[in-house]
Design a protein around this ligand. Structure first.
Ligand SMILES: [Zn+2]
Length: 62
């Protein structure tokens, strides 16, 4: 399963749904206004590793 986001072209409503990898619908019907919802490109496996950036870089201006 993969998570896909869809954004409505009409009202801007965003929805996230799980679909099998083999089944990737490009469009959904907006539950709010009935307009077409376009699939938004998402990165399902993005891992944010906070901290650890620039720890060794100290700016000594003096
Ligand atoms: Zn809508």
């Amino acid at each position: 399963m993969a998570l896909y986001e869809f954004r409505c072209a009409g009202c801007g409503y965003v929805i996230a749904r799980h679909f099998p990898i083999s089944e990737r619908p490009e469009f959904l019907e907006c539950p709010k206004c009935g307009e077409e919802m376009k699939r938004v490109i998402t990165s399902p496996h993005v891992i944010y590793r906070g901290n650890g950036w620039g720890k060794d870089y100290k700016t000594n201006s003096g």
